[in-house]
Design a protein around this ligand. Structure first.
Ligand SMILES: *Cc1c(COP(=O)(O)O)cnc(C)c1O
Length: 396
């Protein structure tokens, strides 16, 4: 998945453009510059994603936060999110004062609409599906729920850039979508993120909110008005410059990932008892991870250990991973924070220990994901696939 594996002259050229003018900020200083890397990258993303608006921010977590705030999600509102994701999802929800409500996933590794419907209340404001590990949450039934209950659909597509659903790029199907360009994502710029939307009002909110509320209407930043309170989630020109070079290679990265993914997938099809993560109808993944299921938790744990010890690196067993699964989110479940937490959050946080996690546990305890690396050679991928099959056949 990581774009950093292909870091080179293209990135250096873009960064040098910025260093040569010395204007490291995306806004202002018109007299001292002849390029705007953040704006250039926003245009590239809008064109590639066929979306009206793109706004860059400082990280994927910032993108989620700004998306929620721009959609009017605030204190005490409930946002439904999956039990399998990165901690950033609930961090963003808490940071706008809202309440993370967890719902079970299914064999797509994404939110299950039936599970989501069960936890909708009068306070629910948004559903936030997360397209984990390069693939796709079945969005159509979630769109139905949003229509029926007047909710916002906010897509966390941080791990799925380049994937599509019914012909549309992931991230552009909900009211607003979020991407991350952190160092281990398909496209990296060191630290960065983006929100995409076709909704002009959401976009304008995002632009203002991520820059202290600046309305950007005049030529003089100091004279801008501040229609509402904001924060600083701006991206720097240096980061955006790296992103410009990386984003232009997105299709190349996905092509390579697809080739390597397919070699491994074809080989693993021979393992009896192994099944693959489900791709919903109309979905095309970005091939950044290959995820599969084994018949039992015990066999899966044994296999994961054998793969690591057998030299097959970059495989993940999420069930006991510190960052991606509810089993290790005790800091959320116990609300462990540095300072006092707002009364609204304290009073309204669900008792997560009463949740029924069975459906998700049953899936994630049997899941192994393999990162697909861009820097492998085809020969290495063939060797890796053969090694995996040998190890798996010895266990399953
Ligand atoms: C990486 C990631 C984020 C956060 O992105 P950062 O840029 O690291 O803040 C959010 N959600 C998911 C699913 C991610 O993988």
């Amino acid at each position: 998945m990581p774009g950093f594996e292909f870091f080179g002259d293209l990135e250096r050229k873009e960064v040098n453009d910025v260093l040569n003018t010395g204007v490291l900020m995306r806004y202002g200083f018109e007299g001292a510059r002849d390029h705007y890397k953040a704006e250039e990258l926003e245009q590239l993303i809008s064109d590639r994603m066929n979306t009206n608006h793109t706004h860059l921010v400082s990280s994927g977590t910032a993108a989620l936060t700004v998306a929620l705030a721009s959609a009017g999600v605030g204190a005490g509102d409930e946002v439904i999110m999956p039990m399998f994701t990165f901690v950033a999802t609930f961090e963003a929800i808490l940071s706008v004062g809202a309440i993370p409500v967890l719902a079970n996933i299914d064999a797509t590794l994404g939110l299950n609409a039936t599970a989501v419907e069960k936890v909708i209340t009068k306070r629910t404001k948004a559903i936030m599906p997360v397209h984990m590990c390069g693939a796709i949450t079945d969005l159509a039934p979630l769109q139905e729920l949003c229509k029926k209950h007047d909710l916002r659909l906010i897509e966390d597509a941080c791990q799925a850039i380049g994937g599509t659903y019914n012909g549309k790029p992931l991230g552009t199907i909900g009211d607003v979508g979020c991407f991350s360009f952190d160092y281990v994502k398909t496209i990296t710029c060191g630290e960065g993120g983006a929100i995409v939307t076709n909704n002009k009002e959401l976009y304008t909110n995002a632009v203002y909110y991520s820059d202290h509320g600046h309305d950007h209407l005049g030529a003089d930043r100091g004279k801008d008005k501040h229609p509402f309170l904001g924060y600083n989630y701006r991206i720097s020109e240096l980061h955006a410059a790296v992103g410009v070079a990386q984003f232009k290679q997105l299709d190349k990265f996905i092509e390579i990932q697809k080739t390597y993914f397919t070699i491994i997938e074809e080989a693993l099809k021979s393992v009896v008892g192994l099944t693959f993560r489900e791709i919903p109808e109309g979905g095309v993944q970005n091939y950044s991870f290959l995820s599969f299921f084994l018949p039992t938790k015990e066999l899966t744990q044994k296999t994961h250990k054998a793969l690591s010890e057998g030299g097959v690196d970059a495989t993940f067993y999420w069930f006991d991973n510190n960052w991606h699964y509810h089993t290790k989110w005790e800091h959320l479940k116990e609300l462990t924070t540095l300072g006092n937490v707002s009364k609204t959050i304290k009073d309204n946080l669900p008792d997560y220990s009463n949740y029924d996690y069975k459906a998700s546990d049953e899936i994630i305890s049997r899941t192994i994901s393999c990162l697909i690396k861009l820097s492998w050679t085809e020969e290495e991928v063939n060797e890796r696939a053969a090694k995996m099959v040998a190890i798996l056949n010895g266990i399953v």
